[in-house]
Design a protein around this ligand. Structure first.
Ligand code: IDP
Length: 149
């Protein structure tokens, strides 16, 4: 079953949106297989956003991600990587569709509430960067037959 990595960023935690974000993914029918609240180290933030290291916003992005706790999560389900990106919405909350997390709760690109892996390969890299194998729980929800034919 496909897995993706999601991180509720410091603004999402500070704005008390942790429950709302988790509610949306639970209600959709995805399965939570890993969850932790952490204060991110600079090393981890820099590794996570390595692809953006030459961008002008890299320093402020790392400052922001390390400024206050984040909620790191792994979710499982058919097509969860692409579906989570749709639930999250476009990078700039001002142009994210209403109904998406960023579209409903954000107003600025540097405070866009949540990260979601952009492809299955990225998801694998991010899951192993943020979680050890024994922090992930494989389980079969009783709801499965009511979610999948
Ligand atoms: P994504 O989070 O939608 O995948 P990316 O382009 O991978 O978007 O950018 C990673 C993160 O970097 C964004 O979520 C946002 O927090 C930040 N970011 C991207 N572009 C800008 C910018 O132009 N100014 C400030 N922050 C940015």
């Amino acid at each position: 079953m496909e897995r993706t990595f999601l991180m509720i960023k410091p603004d999402g935690v500070q704005r008390n949106l942790v429950g709302e974000v988790i509610r949306r993914f639970e209600a959709k029918g995805f399965t939570l297989v890993g969850l932790k609240l952490i204060k991110v180290s600079r090393t981890l933030a820099e590794q996570h956003y390595d692809i953006h290291k030459e961008r002008p916003f890299f320093g402020s992005l790392v400052d922001f991600i390390t400024s206050s706790p984040v909620v790191a999560m792994v979710w499982e389900g058919d097509g969860v990587v692409a579906s989570a990106r749709k639930i999250i919405g476009a990078t700039n909350p001002l142009t994210s569709e209403p109904g998406t997390i960023r579209g409903d709760y954000g107003v600025s690109i540097g405070r866009n509430l949540i990260h979601g892996s952009d492809a299955t390969e990225t998801a694998q890299r991010e899951i192993s960067l943020w979680f050890t194998e024994d922090e992930l729980v494989s389980w079969e929800p009783n709801l499965t037959p009511w979610l999948y034919e």
